[in-house]
Design a protein around this ligand. Structure first.
Ligand code: RUB
Length: 316
């Protein structure tokens, strides 16, 4: 029997699954806060029962979406710091870990934004894909430094996260041109950078991000437009150091085609992969809160942060 979960854990899990809560950093933040709620409201009477509840909550959160590694990284951060001989001590440790994780997440994004902004010059035009809070942070800092930045924002089918980016950039005072995804190559000649976020970064420097990123990067390379990936170190995927590949989420076909249109076409297969993998040779720089890295060198940072491997603290 699974231990009782606080309703907020179920709600957060459902919001991640339905993409009400989306984007790698936001997902990590929500997951950490759900563990804190579970800890704060737990009625467990023994340390073992308490630990069981927190691990079960972590498994429920983990099962929502497979690609953004910030989710397991957030859960691992909190669970590895769960410590104590009593329920009260355990509770305090989870609350402390959850809140320090969330503080670090904010700080990392801010530091990353400052570092990324240094790559952007006054008057630069940036092309974005999907919606990444890490990428927006770079533009926000550049604007705060007094640089005039404009943006070409890709719509990002099928979920149109480009609309979120367009709104946020507009609110920063950045002039925005919205384009459909297939217009990207045509517009690449007019931009100085491609700037995207990441859901996961593998040990070889491959970047896993919203579907369409890899094609964009190939086109950018052909045009000589530099590709910059804004990704806090919680996007580094520890399992890839031991050869694991990153699981690419396949989403429902209803995001791509309405049931009535599909019925009219007849028997076809619809595929809806949510992410793709951009090889390191198409990426110029990965910007983290720890500095900028050529993709091939992130493995050094990963070794420093994770050692040679990781445990799975949510296992029963
Ligand atoms: C979001 C996406 C974003 C990364 C980085 O995909 O691909 O580029 O998650 O975002 P989805 P952030 O909309 O399917 O979750 O920089 O905010 O972590």
């Amino acid at each position: 029997d699974e231990p009782p979960l606080h309703p907020r854990v179920e709600t957060v899990a459902e919001d991640i699954e339905t993409m009400e809560t989306r984007g790698a950093a936001t997902i990590a933040d929500a997951a950490a806060s759900a563990l804190v709620t579970q800890a704060a409201e737990s009625r467990a009477e023994t340390p073992a029962a308490f630990r069981g509840e927190i691990r079960a909550a972590a498994r429920t959160l983990l099962d929502t979406r497979p690609t953004a590694v910030s989710l397991p990284n957030a859960l691992r951060y909190v669970l590895q710091r769960m410590d104590g001989e009593s329920v009260a001590a355990l509770r305090a440790s989870v609350e402390r870990a959850g809140s320090s994780f969330r503080d670090q997440l904010d700080r990392a994004q801010d530091d990353l934004g400052e570092i990324g902004a240094n790559r952007l010059r006054d008057g630069d035009r940036v092309m974005t894909h999907c919606h990444s809070t890490d990428a927006v942070a770079c533009i926000e800092h550049a604007v705060q430094q007094g640089k005039a930045i404009s943006a070409v924002v890709k719509e990002t089918r099928p979920r149109k996260q480009g609309h979120i980016t367009a709104r946020e950039l507009r609110e920063l005072g950045v002039p925005v041109t919205l384009i459909v995804d297939s217009a990207a190559r045509r517009s690449l000649g007019d931009v100085d950078h491609v700037l995207v976020g990441a859901d996961a970064i593998a040990a070889d420097g491959s970047v896993v991000n919203k579907i369409g990123t890899s094609g964009l990067a190939v086109n950018a390379r052909e045009r000589g437009t530099p590709v910059m990936v804004a990704a806090q170190t919680i996007k580094l995927h520890p399992d890839t150091m031991t050869g694991h590949t990153v699981d690419i989420e396949m989403r429902d076909e209803s995001e791509v085609i309405a049931p009535e249109d599909r019925a009219e076409i007849g028997e076809i297969t619809v595929e809806n992969p949510a992410f793709d993998v951009t090889p390191p040779r198409h990426v110029d720089a990965i910007v983290t809160e720890r500095g900028q890295f050529p993709p091939e060198s992130v493995v050094t940072l990963m070794r420093e942060l994770f050692g040679e491997g990781t445990r799975e603290p949510w296992a029963e």
